[in-house]
Design a protein around this ligand. Structure first.
Ligand SMILES: [Zn+2]
Length: 367
């Protein structure tokens, strides 16, 4: 059984985090709040991908964090990061796993030069399938681009389905307005192995699980699932195996058709049972969503930092599969102020457990 979609959201305070000018606070917020939420989102996407494609999606991949906060921690804390990302990449392999690839210096290939995942910046969230410049031999790089050229029409359809766009380099001898097939052929011919796929700025704050007004996290998960066959093909090529692209696209089609049928059923039911929400109701939903982000950006992070990035009730951190919330001790409706002292860090489990029992100052109780 897969876990329930956790209560993840990315809102104005995440957006403003990228303007917080205290490097330590920004780095801690990325490490203890943003990256774990991105990871939870990726896990959600992976669970869905394995359901749709019926394969072990982690067989050859691991999850990469950027920034990774593992070594040179002091150095890392001096930097004001403009982005955070959590992405799949090929396992680092000293075992010759990537026998489909060769390096320029003919040493063993340890890293597959592609990452596929989510990046958060002040602008919003993007889905990315990025190409690293790693010193592979030309013939190794060429494989990926031959794959792109061969399946270009289908990959374009996947891009459309997942809001992705290919970004390719071109020089004088390739006109800007050419088909992507022509671009890929140009790349192969000129050995300029540069190609990234991005969803361009489409997922804007606030990004919530389901949202009637914006693209939601559910849409991002679906976009990941729809583009997954391209990443999978890169991995298979790196292993020196035939890609299973067309097979995965078949599975994707089955899933999309099932979804459509479900939606038709649902819309049918909804028309019978409920009316569409009125303008007034929609406005109310929007106001509720906005209330959630009224906590001043830096203040929110200061609450977390004061509480050491742990739920003050159960002590869990974002690493324990919980999402940290900032909770009003005295609610606004009872005159509670938006001040540091009136906030506490709660995990989503404890926060929902608290429900509307107001005035629960758990920090105070613990003392
Ligand atoms: Zn808790």
């Amino acid at each position: 059984m897969r876990k329930q979609f956790p209560d993840i959201r990315f809102d104005e305070s995440d957006k403003n985090l990228f303007q917080v000018d205290d490097p330590r606070l920004r780095a801690d917020a990325l490490r203890f709040s943003v990256l774990p939420r991105l990871h939870a989102l990726l896990n959600e996407a992976l669970a869905k991908a394995s359901e749709v494609y019926q394969i072990d999606v982690m067989e050859d991949s691991i999850v990469f964090y950027s920034p990774h906060f593992r070594t040179n921690r002091d150095n890392e804390l001096q930097l004001l990061y403009g982005a955070a990302s959590v992405a799949l990449g090929g396992k680092r392999a000293r075992d010759g796993r990537w026998k489909g690839l060769k390096r320029k210096d003919s040493k063993i290939v340890q890293i597959v030069p592609f990452l596929f995942g989510f990046q958060l910046t002040a602008e919003g969230m993007t889905l990315q399938c990025r190409n690293w410049s790693i010193k592979l031999s030309d013939s190794s790089f060429e494989k990926f681009f031959r794959f792109n050229a061969e399946y270009e029409p289908l990959i374009q359809r996947l891009c459309h389905e997942s809001y992705m766009r290919p970004y390719v380099s071109y020089g004088d001898s390739c006109k800007p307005i050419s088909t992507y097939k022509q671009h890929y052929d140009f790349i192969i011919e000129n050995k300029i192995y540069d190609l990234d796929f991005f969803s361009s700025g489409i997922f804007r704050y606030p990004i919530t699980a389901e949202d009637p007004f914006y693209y939601s996290l559910a849409d991002i998960v679906d976009a990941f699932v729809s583009f997954y066959p391209v990443y999978d093909s890169y991995i298979q090529l790196a292993k020196g195996e035939n890609n299973r692209f067309e097979h995965l696209v078949e599975k994707l089609n089955d899933w999309l058709i099932r979804n459509e049928e479900k939606e038709e059923e649902l819309t049918g039911k909804q028309e019978e049972e409920t009316k569409r929400p009125s303008e007034e109701e929609l406005l109310k939903i929007k106001q509720l969503a906005e209330q959630g982000m009224k906590v001043m950006p830096a203040l929110r992070w200061q609450v977390f930092q004061r509480d050491k990035w742990r739920c003050v009730s159960c002590g869990r951190t974002a690493d324990n599969d919980v999402i940290l919330h900032v909770d009003h001790i005295v609610p606004r409706s009872k005159g509670g102020k938006d001040e540091l002292d009136n906030f506490q860090t709660l995990c989503h489990v404890c926060n929902f457990g608290k429900g509307n029992k107001d005035d629960t100052n758990i920090r105070e109780l613990r003392r």
